[in-house]
Design a binder for this molecule. Structure first.
Ligand SMILES: *[C@@H]1O[C@H](CO)[C@@H](O)[C@H](O)[C@H]1NC(C)=O
Ligand SMILES: *[C@@H]1O[C@H](CO)[C@@H](O)[C@H](O)[C@H]1NC(C)=O
Ligand SMILES: *[C@@H]1O[C@H](CO)[C@@H](O)[C@H](O)[C@H]1NC(C)=O
Ligand SMILES: *[C@@H]1O[C@H](CO)[C@@H](O)[C@H](O)[C@H]1NC(C)=O
Length: 413
């Protein structure tokens, strides 16, 4: 039977109860792409560029922000459930301290995340390393989560690690501990993969910092193949493009690391700037973002990728059948994660965009600003990092954490 088309039923920007009884939650609105397929006057590429926020005719930025769950496809209603919420938890005037590497620590229900490693506004770069921070999710009561703006109601704690994770930018849960990727600093501090004890004093162990003696460029993001437990990670050149790493000495590619055997090898190449990476829940696919459109301090190139690529993952862990999964706008597809049903969530220039497993835009959690990364905290909760803004969202979907609890078959315990 043909499913009724929600967008036809509701029309653009509709809220409340549709005439056919489909409830659109109070914090959600339907956006009908047909309302702007033909604009008649379309701004020049220099104006409507890859970073421009698009406000469809008939609405305003204020109205887009007022109901931040944007429904592009009725399947999004299942993802957000009957009463999704979005709450501002903290903000800064200009310091981009809510940046990357969000890692949930379920045992204490804490979310760790890191400051921007190469932002002039953050004072980071050669002068100081980005810092790890955390919030307690159990401190976010339903009363806090029901507010749109609860800024200051949850403590943001700044942590030291020993030895220091230098310019962390990526992270994941790994066998009950936290794994961070550091971008390195200058010529003498190599990018590295660190395992961090999630308890104070946050001791760290370096698992990997070279390929046969050669430094990586500036490690960015990591995901675990749930079938073999190997760590797959990206290595773009943003450390160099943000003036805190030397001239790159490696191709911009994706690597895989078997921590048990020590084997490190290339997994994929052909990227401009490989950045976010996640396996699908079963490990049959991997999604890798290419943020080549932005070259940091060296400007932008709007003919370069702003694209999520999908690969099939062979049983032996090799990646094949690369295809473009989604081209995104505005901004670049940065941090990427999946829910337990295989839907794909990606931090973009206007918030978190949500795609079906076949690459169709289902909806957005719209914040009107770039979201470098975000993370599920199990079922129905998400923390969103928007540089100067820290958000908490509740929804129906459950985050998947592929490979986080993988132990080698011969490991003890
Ligand atoms: C949120 O509340 C804080 C503190 O009350 C205020 O400074 C800030 O401007 C508000 N932000 C927004 C986006 O409303
Ligand atoms: C952000 O968090 C810090 C640390 O908990 C707090 O001191 C500050 O007041 C908060 N700022 C806002 C605007 O929420
Ligand atoms: C953490 O490192 C410090 C300094 O090296 C050491 O004194 C301490 O025993 C370590 N703690 C744990 C739990 O490993
Ligand atoms: C922009 O990127 C394209 C494709 O990646 C490349 O061919 C072109 O030379 C770049 N343009 C500039 C100005 O760098």
């Amino acid at each position: 039977m043909h499913k009724p088309n929600l967008l036809l039923l509701l029309g653009f920007g509709a809220t409340g109860l549709s005439q056919h009884g489909i409830q659109v939650p109070p914090q959600a609105q339907v956006i009908d792409q047909r309302s702007f397929n033909s604009l008649q006057i379309v701004a020049a590429p220099s104006v409507a560029d890859g970073f421009a926020q698009f406000v469809p005719p008939g609405t305003t930025l204020k109205r887009l922000l007022a109901r931040p769950f944007h429904v592009y496809d009725e399947d999004f209603l299942e993802i957000i459930g009957p009463n999704p919420t979005l709450t501002l938890l903290n903000h800064t005037a200009s310091d981009p301290i809510f940046h990357e590497a969000p890692v949930w620590y379920p045992a204490k229900d804490e979310m760790f995340f890191v400051q921007n490693a190469g932002a002039r506004a953050a004072g980071t770069g050669l002068a100081k390393s980005a810092t790890i921070q955390k919030i307690s999710l159990s401190a976010i009561t339903p009363a806090i989560a029901s507010q749109r703006n609860a800024s200051g109601s949850v403590k943001v704690e700044v942590l030291d690690s020993y030895p220091t994770v230098m310019n962390p930018n990526g992270g994941t849960n790994f066998r009950g501990q936290l794994l961070f990727l550091g971008e390195g600093q200058g010529e003498s501090i190599a990018p590295a993969m660190y395992l961090m004890d999630p308890q104070p004093p946050y001791n760290t162990t370096v698992l990997l910092d070279n390929f046969f003696g050669r430094q990586f460029n500036s490690l960015s993001d990591v995901s675990i193949n749930p079938r073999n437990g190997e760590l797959y990670f990206t290595d773009p050149t943003y450390g160099y493009l943000q003036d805190f790493r030397p001239t790159p000495g490696m191709p911009r590619q994706v690597w895989r690391f078997n921590e048990a055997t020590g084997v490190v090898r290339v997994a994929a190449d052909g990227f401009n700037m490989p950045n976010g990476i996640t396996f699908s829940p079963t490990g049959s696919h991997v999604y890798i973002t290419d943020t080549g459109m932005t070259q940091a301090f060296y400007g932008t190139n709007f003919t370069s990728p702003s694209t999520i690529y999908q690969y099939d993952v062979n049983e032996d862990g090799t990646l094949v059948n690369r295809k473009p999964f989604a081209f995104v706008t505005p901004g670049v597809p940065d941090g990427i994660h999946v829910d337990t049903k295989g839907n794909v969530y990606v931090g973009c220039g206007d918030g978190v965009q949500v795609y079906s497993p076949s690459g169709k835009l289902l909806g957005k959690i719209y914040v009107g600003n770039a979201v470098p990364n975000f993370q599920f905290a199990g079922l129905g909760r998400m923390v969103i990092l928007a540089e100067t803004e820290l958000y908490y969202a509740t929804l129906a979907a459950e985050g998947a954490f592929p490979g986080a609890l993988y132990y080698p078959p011969d490991a003890e315990g």
